[in-house]
Design a protein around this ligand. Structure first.
Ligand code: ADP
Length: 461
């Protein structure tokens, strides 16, 4: 898929050192990709992460600030200074933190460095959900019914829009993310209050009161399409994932491919995503997220970064998505035709979180004992080890358990084995809950919707 060694040697490389502006499992994952590509890697940390195990593989390791993310992993000036001090030519933002911050991407490029991600303008368009919806409609990507404009202020106009869409509707913050800034409105009499609350939330959390409205789909699945694009107009989609197993709009288990979706149904959607990428001049990796209900796809948003769940697509496509992403940022030509993208077998990912399995409160502390599963078709992406101190400052994701097998049923059985072979003591984790979920009959049959997990959790109480 990449250039031959001769072509590579001839091509002018844009950078030979990558600064990884992130932490945890994804910092370790990016480090591995840099190593495999023969690039030097710089790791950064906050005071809480001084013991980060990936520091050992790094060519340089700098503590850039105090434990709170705002003063370290979100501190743009400190990160740019670290890049300058270490001679890094590129910055990989990972996911979360500054990964979808257009101003940061812009600052990186203005500092003469390469941002490993799309152009700042692509991030800005997709970060504004209304602009994203407009761009997708223009490119022929199917969207959730509802206008591609911000909600007006006058109550009467808003009521008219809701009636046109038909209740139930969902009010969403244009700048929202992470499952926050949205509210379902079942009936007309709850509309004005829902708008006032969401607007206030959006103003506080995202710095913009801009809202939009769309149809609330009642039993959709969350299906997403992974794309990979270079700087030379080449774009492919690498297959689809099902991320319907969610709690509070947060994904818990992901799988590839999405079960029960015929190729002739998904094919046009994948091609529309590729076309949209060409139209907006997209570079690098990205994900188009869709709701899928009654055989139809509805675009909800595009993530302009590497995603937590990228490994399930790596397992089924046989491609290294992180390496490919770095190569596109390097300016290399993507030599991968759509017909060469295949999907072999089935893959699941479980997010292992440091949290109480009953009340889901985060759990911090020292891991006193750790056993991770091994064997064919099992992969663990993590940064933890026995003696590692899980800090309360960051996201609770501590490991990703990924399996691959020839069929979905075999992949489920393999995940059951892998979960049984995982032991993490000293802190609470969601492992008991994941083990129970992988014994569930409806999940085993496949095609459960985005509400399934929360209903399942309620029934277990
Ligand atoms: P975020 O950027 O916060 O992740 P998304 O727009 O991707 O927000 O939506 C997150 C989740 O919210 C979806 O996976 C889905 O569960 C739910 N959701 C969003 N829009 C709708 C909708 N129109 N109808 C039903 N559920 C929705």
């Amino acid at each position: 898929m990449l250039e031959t060694p001769e072509q590579t040697a001839a091509a002018e490389l844009r950078f030979d050192t990558v600064l990884i502006a992130n932490r945890g499992e994804i910092a370790a994952r990016i480090m591995r990709a840099c190593r495999d590509l023969g690039l030097k890697a710089v790791a950064i940390c906050s005071e809480a992460d001084r013991q980060a195990p990936y520091s050992e593989a790094a060519d340089a390791f700098l503590c850039i600030g105090p434990s709170s993310a705002g003063k370290s992993y979100l501190n743009q000036d400190a990160i740019l200074l670290a890049a300058r001090l270490t001679g890094a030519g590129a910055i990989h933002p990972g996911y979360g933190f500054l990964s979808e911050n257009a101003a940061f991407a812009d600052a990186v490029e203005r500092a003469g460095l390469v941002f490993i991600g799309p152009a700042a303008s692509s991030i800005a368009t997709m970060g504004d959900k209304i602009a994203a919806k407009r761009a997708m409609m223009a490119a022929g990507v199917p969207c959730v019914p509802g206008p591609d404009t911000a909600l007006p202020d006058e109550p009467a106009s808003v009521e008219r829009i809701a009636l046109e869409i038909g209740y139930p509707v969902i009010v969403k913050a244009s700048g929202g993310g992470g499952g926050r800034g949205m509210r379902v409105v079942p009936e007309a009499d709850q509309l004005q209050e829902a708008i006032a609350l969401t607007r206030e939330e959006a103003r506080k959390a995202f710095g913009s009161p801009s809202l939009y409205m769309e149809k609330f789909l009642q039993h959709p699945r969350h299906i997403e399409i992974q794309v990979l694009c270079d700087d030379h107009g080449n774009a492919v989609w690498l297959g689809h994932r099902d991320c319907s197993m969610q709690r509070r709009h947060q994904k818990v288990v992901e799988e590839a491919p999405a079960p029960g979706i015929a190729p002739d149904i998904i094919q046009p959607v994948g091609m529309a995503c590729v076309e949209a990428c060409r139209q907006i001049g997209y570079r690098g990796v990205g994900t188009f997220e869709f709701l899928y209900e009654d055989g139809a796809f509805y675009f909800i948003e595009m993530n302009t970064r590497l995603q937590v769940e990228h490994p399930v697509t790596e397992m089924t496509s046989g491609l290294d998505i992180v390496q490919a992403q770095i190569n596109t940022a390097q300016g290399r030509v993507l030599h991968l035709a759509q017909r060469d993208v295949t999907c072999e077998g089935h893959s699941f990912e479980c997010r292992i979180n440091a949290e109480d399995p009953e009340n889901f409160l985060p759990s911090a502390g020292v891991i006193t004992h750790l056993a991770l599963p091994q064997g064919p078709g099992i992969r663990v992406d993590t940064h933890i080890h026995a003696g590692y101190k899980v800090s309360p400052y960051y996201d609770s994701l501590i490991a990703k358990l990924i399996v691959h097998a020839p069929t979905r049923a075999k992949a489920m059985a393999r995940m059951c084995e892998a979960l049984a072979g995982t032991e993490i003591d000293g802190i609470a984790t969601n492992l008991p809950f994941l083990r129970a979920l992988f014994e569930d009959d409806a999940f085993a049959r496949g095609e459960t919707d985005i509400h399934y997990l929360e209903q399942w959790l309620k029934l277990r109480r």
